[in-house]
Design a protein around this ligand. Structure first.
Ligand code: MG
Length: 325
């Protein structure tokens, strides 16, 4: 039975849907008090790595999708930032803005189940948060850990480093096109969009091997530009090397290169390293079940020319960042 939660106050929503016994013993006091109490021995003398991100309905996900998938997408995209730092997730908080209309007990059940299922998979636990009324949006803040001096950063790419990416590129943009056209022809692509698996294991494997790292949320060119700006270098990409899935090439024969270069929502890792580390990096990818592809080189700063393309004619005027809808 679908029941509106208009009658439920914030405390009842938290108690009924989000207060669960934590599976982590380092949560000394979880949801239900003014603050969570966490045992910092869980850090094992490593550094705390924090990141936060907000997803807004009809900007970052379509309004029509199942609440469980919204929760999974919100957590996975946040965990992708944890992966990009080479960190292991521990705890997270959730701030949920819920519309008065359309929020039902069924919606909250699906949302919380999706959230807890994905959180458990990645070993992190919900320790607090807030709910308010308004346009649907989800803010998640994640705390993770990584050893001192082994955190992966954007600021340390060097000229002559090779540029690598994990997995395949363009899947997120291809999935978005299919969703917008209501053509549900690929379960793989829909899963990649709604539940993009964060590359946590790969991030950990890449510690001590790579010179810089970022996750691809806004598109390869856009995110690689962040590394270039932060490291004061430029990059040359060989477009013919882009790892685009065969399915995306077949579904979008005219657009797949643009999708791979500029499409967002791939949540793969892009990283740089000296050529001497290449074999170790490919091995690290195999240990974490990730395909790794070299796609270019870092060069000395070319001024405003941050990311240059070689190997194929592509439209360089397409913006990397785009909203849903
Ligand atoms: Mg990021």
């Amino acid at each position: 039975m679908v029941v509106s939660v208009l009658s439920m106050d914030e405390f009842e929503i938290i108690k009924n849907y989000f207060k669960r016994e934590s599976f982590r013993s380092d949560v000394l006091l979880g949801i239900g008090d003014d603050g969570a109490v966490l045992d910092l021995k869980a850090l094992d003398n490593e550094n705390l790595v924090m990141s936060t991100d907000t997803l807004v309905e009809n900007v970052h996900f379509p309004s029509s999708i199942n609440a469980g998938l919204i929760a999974k997408r919100a957590l996975c995209t946040n965990l992708s930032d944890t992966a990009a730092m080479g960190a292991v997730p521990l705890w997270f908080t959730l701030s949920l803005t819920l519309p008065e209309e359309n929020t039902t007990t069924a919606w909250l059940t699906d949302f919380s189940q999706g959230l807890f299922e994905e959180a458990e998979k990645f070993g992190c636990t919900l320790v607090g948060g807030d709910t308010v009324r308004g346009h649907l949006s989800i803010t998640i803040t994640i705390c993770g850990k990584a050893p001192d001096k082994e955190v992966l950063k954007r600021t340390t790419a060097e000229p002559n480093d090779m540029i690598f990416v994990s997995g395949t590129l363009g899947d997120g943009r291809a999935a978005l096109s299919l969703i917008q056209q209501k053509k549900f022809v690929s379960e793989r692509l829909l899963y990649r969009f709604y539940c993009p698996q964060p590359m946590i294991d790969l991030g950990v494997e890449l510690r001590n091997l790579v010179s810089s790292c970022i996750d691809i949320s806004d598109g390869l060119v856009s995110d690689l530009t962040h590394i270039c700006n932060a490291s004061k270098v430029s990059a040359v990409l060989d477009v013919s090397k882009l790892p685009v899935h065969e399915e995306v090439k077949q579904l979008f024969p005219d657009d797949f290169a643009e999708f791979g270069l500029y499409g967002g929502d791939d949540y793969q890792l892009c990283f740089t390293a000296p050529e001497s580390e290449k074999a170790k990096i490919i091995n690290a990818g195999m240990r974490s079940n990730s395909r790794i592809t070299p796609i270019g080189r870092i060069v000395k700063s070319m001024g405003s020319n941050k990311v240059m393309l070689e190997g194929m004619d592509v439209n360089e005027n397409i913006s990397g960042y785009r909203h849903f809808g």
